[in-house]
Design a protein around this ligand. Structure first.
Ligand code: 5GP
Ligand code: ZN
Length: 138
């Protein structure tokens, strides 16, 4: 546990949170600033960050809880859909550097928009080049 990490402190019970699920490894609680009410965060109790430094078994356990929470938002909150989001690094909009998945209930008329502005590749070759660069690093 890191004494400066908000989510470590929540996991340790040193800071309050509105919890919705917990087991030996994982905790889910409501985000204090919901995009849509019912917005939950799923975290490992142990401090990991970013996703690329997190062991696969930890991610597998987290994903099982993400699925459970998403289903519960659909069943319990009558959500029409769910967004699952996870940020790594300030450039990606991450504010709390303790691995977490946002699980956000969505409704047809919830009024939230991502402002997702799709761009275009200049040439098909550019797309091929980027794919090759990622593939070469796998
Ligand atoms: P990030 O941008 O790092 O992916 O998201 C961090 C999230 O944590 C934000 O949505 C923010 O509202 C939430 N958050 C920050 N501090 C607290 C806190 O003390 N308690 C709870 N429940 N959520 C928090
Ligand atoms: Zn932490």
């Amino acid at each position: 546990m890191s004494a400066e990490c908000i989510f470590c402190r929540i996991a340790a019970g040193a800071l309050p949170a509105v919890k919705i699920y917990e087991d030996a490894d994982t905790l889910a609680f409501l985000d204090i600033g919901p995009i849509v009410k019912g917005h939950a965060l799923v975290i490992p109790r142990q401090h990991y960050d970013p996703i690329t430094q997190t062991p696969e078994p930890v991610l597998a356990r987290l994903m099982a809880v993400v699925k459970k929470i998403a289903q519960a938002q659909m069943n319990g909150l009558r959500a029409d859909g769910v967004n699952v989001i996870q940020a790594n690094g300030a450039a990606a909009g991450q504010m709390v550097p303790h691995l977490h998945f946002h699980v956000i209930p969505r409704y047809r008329a919830d009024g939230h928009h991502w402002n997702w502005a799709a761009k275009k590749y200049e040439q098909p070759e550019e797309m091929q080049r980027l794919a090759a660069a990622i593939q070469a690093a796998l």
